[in-house]
Structures are given as C-alpha cells and as structure tokens.
Design a protein around this ligand. Structure first.
Ligand code: SF4
Length: 300
C-alpha cells in the first residue's frame, strides 16, 4: 500500500503519486506513459489523469505495480476496473494477444502475456507466456476467455507464480532445461538450441545468453515474446540486447540475436522494456542496427 507520507517530490501535484517503495521496474510507464515516467532511480507521476478514460488507465497502472508503490485517494481507488486485465494488444486470425498486468515483485515487474486462440474443434488453446503474480481477479477474467492450456516460461527470472497458475488451470509448463532449476516441476523441459514447434503457429526458439536457458516464443510467425533477450529502448529508440543485464554469456547472447534476423517480426513483446510494433520489412534493419551497436561494445 503506497503511503502519502512517502510521496516522491518528483510527482506532479494531484491525487496520483509514486512513493519511495518504487523499485523502478518500469511497469507503470511502459503501460501508461501518458501519466508515469522514469526519473532515473524511480518512477513518478508526470501528468495527472484527466477524464474517465485516463483515470481508468492510471488505475490499471496502479493495479499492475508489483510493489503497490502507486497511491491515490480512496474515492478514486473505488473506480478501479475489475475487468482491466488482461488488456488486448493485438488481434489477428490466429488469435488475440493480451498483456496480463498484475506484475510480480518475484520477477522484478516483468510483463506476462496471454494468447487466446481456438483449436479446430472450437476448444480453447490458450497460452500464458511468463507469469503474472497470482490474482483471483485476473484468473476469473482469463477463465472467461477459456483459461490457460499451456504456460511457456522464457527464462529463469520471470517464472513468478507459475505454480499457482498451473495448479489453478491444470495446465502444462515449458521451460528450457538449462533454467529449469527454478521450476523443476515443469512438465516439459526443452533441450539444446534447435527451435521446437509446439503447434503450426507456435514456436519455441532457444536463445541462450541472458541466461543459459533463455528462449523466445514466436506466435503466428510475427509476434515475438522475447523475455529479457531483447526489448525496445527509448533513448535512443531501438531494439536493445543488453550487455549490462546479461547474466550469463554476452557473446552467446549476440549469436542468439543473429538467429532472429530472418524473422518477419511485427510485434516485439518483452519481459522488461517497452513493447514495439514494426511495419513490414522493418525488423531486419532494426535488429542489424542493434547487433552492430552490441558488437561495438564487445570491441571496447
Ligand atoms: S510499477 Fe511501481 S515499482 Fe514499477 S516503476 Fe512504477 S511505481 Fe515503480
């Protein structure tokens, strides 16, 4: 629960504020950049929401915060939507993609994503990528969309409450064997570095580097759930493979980035960092730019 006595001075005057317990995970400003922004060491409210739609967005950012560092008045809190998450990001013939919100402190506020799709017989064939914190309210919303049939874990850092979600929906989990010590009960452990097709429109691509067992998930050939392997940065705006946040092997991570050059990615949906939509043919150029910058850092 945020405390008004610990309200940060950087907040704009008004009812919404970030307090000193902020861990600078980026969840609020990635989801609601109109009202939240990074300050360097924390985040703050840079603009108070005006009107119903903006209030809803700010209240959902508050709900998504993994450490309850965002506060507002009781009167405004009473307007928090019960059906805000999962929030639709992309809709295509193969299925709908949602952001789950409800970030977890256990994964430092990493984003998790839900693909809602159907099998030929009409039954649900939904996939959760990485884990939000456990929330009964979110579980009810997901149940209304058909539940979860599979959980895919991108790497060891973003597993959060996977066990609670798997138990609740009775679904199977996938993780790479090299990161499986954090989820030894996962029903499937991927080996090696070759891509694995779980369905015609769903592929796991091992991308070791950030951690030894990092993998990315490719949906419909165009939606890339990248865990912490890659994300979209803002300063400068570019695809980022981060040496600073590489926990295992940087050269290996760059080789894993090269593996993705020939894809036709239209959505980059990471664990940390900003999401980004690409136009046709933009991906390769952006990824080459990221690789060139990263190789430069290897020479320094
Ligand atoms: S979501 Fe919460 S912890 Fe994360 S940056 Fe925003 S205020 Fe800080």
């Amino acid at each position: 629960m945020a405390r008004v006595q610990q309200r940060l001075a950087a907040n704009a005057a008004g009812p919404f504020y970030v307090d000193r317990s902020c861990i600078d995970c980026g969840t609020c400003w990635q989801f609601d950049p109109a009202h939240f922004a990074p300050t360097g060491e924390t985040s703050c409210v840079h603009h108070q929401p005006q009107g119903e739609a903006e209030l809803r967005q700010a209240l959902l950012a508050l709900q998504a915060c993994p450490v309850a560092a965002i506060g507002t008045s009781r009167e405004l809190l009473a307007h928090t939507p019960a059906d805000g998450f999962p929030a639709l990001v992309d809709s295509r013939p193969e299925g709908d993609v949602y952001y789950c919100g409800w970030a977890s402190r256990k994964s430092f506020g990493a984003s998790s994503w839900l693909i809602v799709r159907r099998r030929g017989d009409g039954s649900a064939n939904n996939v959760l990528i990485d884990s939000p914190r456990w929330s009964g309210a979110l579980a009810r919303q997901i149940a209304a969309l058909g539940g979860i049939q599979r959980i895919l874990l991108s790497h060891r850092d973003d597993v959060a409450d996977h066990a609670a979600w798997a138990r609740h929906f009775g679904c199977e989990r996938w993780i790479h064997a090299a990161d499986a010590s954090v989820a030894p009960e996962a029903e499937h452990q991927l080996e090696g570095t070759e891509p694995v097709a779980l369905d015609a429109d769903l592929q796991l691509i091992p991308t070791p580097g950030h951690t030894p067992g990092s993998l990315v998930v490719l949906f419909a050939g165009q939606v890339l759930f990248s865990g912490d392997h890659l994300w979209w940065g803002v300063d400068p705006p570019a695809v980022v493979a981060s040496r600073r946040y590489c926990w295992w092997n940087w050269e290996e991570q760059l080789r894993s980035v090269e593996k993705l050059l020939d894809l036709d990615v239209r959505w980059l949906l990471p664990g940390h960092g900003r999401r980004k939509a690409f136009g046709a043919g933009e991906w390769r150029g952006e990824l080459e730019r990221a690789l060139n910058g990263a190789r430069e850092s290897l020479r320094r």
